[in-house]
Each structure stands twice: as structure tokens, then as C-alpha cells.
Design a protein around this ligand. Sequence first.
Ligand SMILES: Nc1ncnc2c1ncn2[C@@H]1O[C@H](COP(=O)(O)OP(=O)(O)OP(=O)(O)O)[C@@H](O)[C@H]1O
Ligand SMILES: [Mg+2]
Length: 788
Amino acid sequence: MSHTTNGAANGSVAVAVKVESGGAAAAAAADTSAVAQFDAVQEVVVQFKQICCWVPKLVADPPTFSKAGAARLVGLGPRKDARQSKEEMRQVLFDITGSCEPGEMLALMGPSGGGKTTLLSILGGRTPKQTRAEGQVMFNGARITKRVKRQIGFVLQDDLLYATLTVYETLLFAAMLRLPKHKSKAEKAARVEAVIKALGLTRCRDTIIGDQLRRGVSGGERKRVSVGHELLINPAILLLDEPTSGLDSSAARKLVELLRELASAGRCIITTIHQPSSNIYRQLDTVLLLSQGHPIFYGKGSEAAHWFDRLGFACPFGTNIADWILDLASGEVAGKHPSGEEARLHLIACSEQFLEQDPGGYCGGELDAFGLELRASSRRSSHALELQDAAAVAAKVEAGLAGAAAAVLGEESGEEEAHADAAVAVNGGSTHLGALPSNKAAAAVDIEAGGGDNGKRGSWLQRRGSSKRHMLADRAATGLDRSATGLAASAPGASRWGASYWTQFTTLFIRAVRVRRFETLSHQDFLQFLTVGLVCGMIWWQVGQKDTLYAAQNARGLLFFEGLFLCFRTMFTSLFVWPNEQKMMLKERASGMYRLSAFYLARTASDIPSDLSIPSIFIAIIYLMGGLRHGGWFFLNWLTVLLSTLVAQTLGLLIGATVMVVKTAQTVAAVLMLTFMLVGGFYVTSIPVWIAWIKWLSFLTYTFSLLMKLEFGGRQLWDCSIGDDENFNPSDPWNYVASGQCEPVADLNDSFNTSVDINSPPWEAAVLVGMLLAFRLAVYIALRKKTQ
Ligand SMILES: Nc1ncnc2c1ncn2[C@@H]1O[C@H](COP(=O)(O)OP(=O)(O)OP(=O)(O)O)[C@@H](O)[C@H]1O
Ligand SMILES: [Mg+2]
């Protein structure tokens, strides 16, 4: 492999890459020259030391009405992120140490459940909430900060993309949000085009991503879009979880070749990989093989065969070495041992013993020097027993870390900015471990020492450097420009957020509208409102035009139904919003794409046109067909119902955001709405005193009361129950009074048995606005908690 520096253009260095491995570049789908067009990345060394991780033995119940769920729902239960003690947890990663350098492609391999995803998440600073991790992850010698985290590309195992956006839209929206604000829109679009070209996505540029319902791009293309999503920020570190899973061998090979090229241009690529073909395996520089969380090999991919051969597990002729080592890690090969499991434990003991001698070093050539095989065999039985006892291992790890005050990963304290500054200081020079200027190396060691490592780290760094000498020497010959600037201070004026607040809001708003272009304002919605409106109009035909008490009682039903129907519908639609968006929100927030408030405002604002436009047709139909009060009253009725609909929408959002499980949210919403409906003032007018307060919690009470005021406030009605109500002529009521068929209604409040004076000012509007604002704020707080 060779690298050549093309020279500087516009202040950035373009790196042309020529990949010679097996003519792979020629076969790559991606346009290699496009990869070379990316700005040179600053070089970052990722180091991880003694990573241990514990996961809960029992998964917490989702919030339901069962058990503690209900208590948690109302905030009385134990905090969800309350830490379990180690005894209640299961250790899934044991003392993993290693590093990845610019230009290196490190593969995390191992059988399913081996801990690859967990380790990758920890390396990317995304330790899942319920898990507990210990150890250190350093980027150019400094601890991860939120700002550094945002500059790491992280491709999840499952592609998480909006199915209804096209490839171009997906990348463009991401570019608008992730690229720094000093870049113009044209520059961002140009970056998107470069990524599309580099990833070979030109043919499907305008195809939607698709899902089970709508056919879109192929699986391989979707995976490349996921990679492109991260590539947009031109990350120095790219972490990928199973990028080749679900791809056919050719698509997988092309993708890995692309990763190889990206690595060759000075990036750190760390990827988990499942059963690579021999072609793919050859592209990997370094392999970290995990067996149930234990490293059983860490070294150059090309040396794995030798390592296992020396330990008595020679790869049989014709077997793909990747398959062979996975079989070994799964405990499926017994060799000279009584069982595969015994053999696996022996291999764990061997690598552990070797790596103990050379922490962070490679398993490999110096095997004989350590006389490892002999010593490992003699220790095997006792060590095997120890390994089987997770608690013993945990204790051992803890003892090893005692006094080290090892960083607890996944947590960021108020020290964050201090660390960010430290990162800038440390990263000011070359990032070669072997070539760290002494003052920088000292700074790196200082930061570690600050973590309580008592200088141990310095010798570890030294050893780590020496064990990779050969690889560094290779790279020194490549002529790559290594004048790295600090990772945290990469972009000019690097700020916490890529785009400005306004750009975040507008981009997210447009994206939210585009994402739902197949659902919103659909024909079904239109037909639904039209049909229900027409049916209501016919049932309550011109009921509002008669001024009799009898007609008014009917009109009350119409008014109540008008608000109820729209509120019910909107509320149940909005329950789905946050549970559906949660995964995407968590992913994008972890990449620091936007502020939560910008997403929240944009997402909810994007719903408003559809939540309010078609309902307006419904309101108009029933108002006109029902013959409700003529004149400007229509406008006020419309405003009231829309306000109430917004309150219902917000309540739905609140329930969804609090519960985040659609089924539970539906149950909560049904109970609430039915209660609100019953006490809303139409069905039950005299509620027992001790429970009467409930009606004041119901927004339907205020809506109905306001609609009643608008329709009947200041109106004279006639009670014709003694005569023939059907023949009553509202234009000549006194005639009926004179004939004894009707009499004027003296007190409407009495007749309707209302608790609010129909002729009082419309204060309910203020209550509804207050509820709307309070619920909106509560939704934001709930979302904050759920996405922390
Ligand atoms: N949040 C969690 N709660 C409980 N157990 C967990 C959690 N996360 C991971 N685990 C457990 O940790 C172990 C390692 O999981 P991980 O997802 O890292 O494996 P993996 O190597 O990525 O597997 P695969 O190849 O199937 O993706 C598994 O046994 C898994 O069940
Ligand atoms: Mg996984």
C-alpha cells in the first residue's frame, strides 16, 4: 500500500491514495478519486486500556401498569438509571487493552454475544445507560469529551435512516446539521455530492431509502448511506458495527475495500465484523478476537494463524483463517484438550498471560521468548476455574484498577471542558506515539496521572509504541502529512453544535415534513373528516337555527362532539410521535447533530399544518350544516376548537414522551380521555362534590364551556316544551308566547345546568392557552430525561 501527498489546495491537504492490495481498488464500487478529494484528516490515536463492562442480569420492566412501572410512570418509582451493584450484573468485557492508529483498520471479531458491540459503544463514548463500564479510552492521550465524541463517526449495526427520504435528502439534511456553520449551503451540498460519489451511490441518488412497506435502495446501498452519513463530517475516527452484515459477499467486499481506502487516508477505522471472507480478512490490519468478553488474540491479522499454530491449534488446510479463529473463540475446537470449552479457556489464559507481559502489545512473534505455552499450560486448570467465576474475575479486575481511579466511561462531568482544553494542548503536535515530542508525551502522561495512574501509563505507552514499531515504520515511509491539529480544535471556531440554532430548526422542520410526505394530508384523512362531517351535518341539520330550548339541547351535543372528535383523533395520532422518533433522536443526539429544543420545536411545528388544516374543513362543514350562530362567531368557534386540538395534541405528545411505549401510552390516553369526556360538562352535569374537582383538570370542560358561551352567550331562547316545538318560528317568537305555546327562558345556566355562567367573559381561552404552554414545557422536560 502506498500513499502520496498531492499538496495543499485552499489550505487543505488532498491525499491521493493508491491501494495495491490484490487489485482491490479496481473492483471497488466507490470512486477512489472521490475518496481522495476529502480534506486530509487530523490524525488521532485511539487507545483503550483495561476495559471492563457489566450488564444487568435482569432487564428492567418497561413502564406499564404492572409492578413498578406505574410508580415510575408518575415519577414515584426508583430512578431508571439507578445503578445496580456489580453483584446484580454480569461481566461481559474483561480487561481489553489495545489501540488503533491513523491508517489502521482494527477489526473486533468474535462469536455472537462476545461483546463486540458493547466494546465498540464504549470506544465511541456511547456506553448504554444500563451498563457499567470501567477502564480508559484515550484520544490522542486525552479523555473523550462531548465535543470529541461529535467528531467520531459511528455506524450502528442496524441502519437507522428515514425510510421516506431519498439518499440525497438523507445526506443533505445530515450535512446541513452536522457541518460547521461557517460552511455555506453550497459547500455542504458539494460535500454531499463528494460522499455520494465516493460511496458509489450516484445511481440511487434519488431513490428513497425504503422499508418493509416501500421498496427503496438495496441493503448494501443502505449500509453505504449509513457510512456516508458519518463520512460527511470527515471523521478522523470511524467506528462501525457489523457494516457487512446482511450484504452479499461482493457488496461486503466492496464496502470493506472502501473502508480500507478511508483508513489509508489517515483515519482510524474500528469495525466489528462477523465471519469475514478471506478476501475481507486480508484487508484488516489488526484483529481483536473476543471470546465471551475475553481477548483471545490481539495482533496483526496476518499473524493470527501463527499465534494459534504455536498454541497447538493449526488452521487446517483449506480453512479460512477467519472461520477457524471464530470456531476457536466459540469453543468448538477441542484440539488436544478434553473439550472445546477447555480449549477456549486455555486460549484465554494464554493470551491473557501474554498480554499481561506486554499490555497493549500484540500477540505474536515474541511468543517463544515468554515461554508462554508452557507456563499457560501449567496454570491452565486453576486459571480456567477462575475465569469461570465471573465474580472472581470482577474482583480481580477491580483489584487491578484499585488506586487507579479509572475513568468511569459514558459519564461526562463538569470537568468536560477542562478535558477538552487538555485535549487541545495534548494534540498540538504529531500524534505518533513513538514520535510524540517529549513535552507532549509528558502531557499525555500527566493527564493519565491526573486520573490516578501514578505514571504507570507512561511505561504502557512506551511499550505500546515499541510493540507497533513495525507498523509505524511502514507508515513513516508513506509520506503522509502528519502535522495533526488537535481533535477537539479541528474546525475553525469549533463549536459545540455544527449548525446555528435557526439552521437546525429549519432543516429539522423541512426534514420532518418530507419524512411524512406519504402520510400527512392523505386522501384517507380527507375522506374521514369529510364523511364524519357530512354525517354530523345531516344528523344535526340546521339545529342551531331554532331558538328553542329543545334545539339548543341538541346543539349542545353537536358542540361537544365537534371538540371531542378532533381532540380524540389528534391525541391518539400524536401518541406515536416520540416512541417512533426515539431511536433516531438518541442516535442523532449522540452525534451532537442538534439541540433537543430545536428538534422538539421543529418536529411539533411540522405537525401543526396537518393537525389543523383538514380539521378546519370538518369544523366548517358541521358549522354550516348544523346552522350554528351566524357571523363572526364561526371564526371564534374555529379558533376554540383548534386551540383545544393543540392542547389534545400536546397531551398526546406528553403521554408518548413520558411512557415511550405505544401500547402503554394508548392505555393511559384512553383512560384519561374517557374520564375527561365524562366530566367535560355534557354527559354528567351534577358530579358528587368530593370528585367534582376532576372536571377542572379536563381541557374538554373548558372547550365545551367556551363553545357554549360563543353559541348561546347573550341569546334569548324559548321553551316550547308545552307546545309544538317543531312549528316554532324563530322570527316571530312572541306569537307563540301569546298563544301560550312557548315562554322565554329566564336563566339559560339553570336550563343547561352549567357550572359556569354562559354570559361571563371567555376566561376559558386563557386556561386552555396556559394548559398548552404547561404541557409543551412538560413534553420538553420529559424528552430531556428520556434522551439524556
Ligand atoms: N443493555 C444490556 N442489557 C443486558 N445485557 C446486555 C446489554 N448489552 C449487552 N448485553 C449482553 O452483553 C453480551 C455482549 O453483547 P454484544 O451486543 O456486545 O455482543 P456482540 O458481540 O455484538 O454480538 P452480535 O455479534 O450478536 O452482535 C451479550 O451477552 C448481551 O446479551
Ligand atoms: Mg453486535
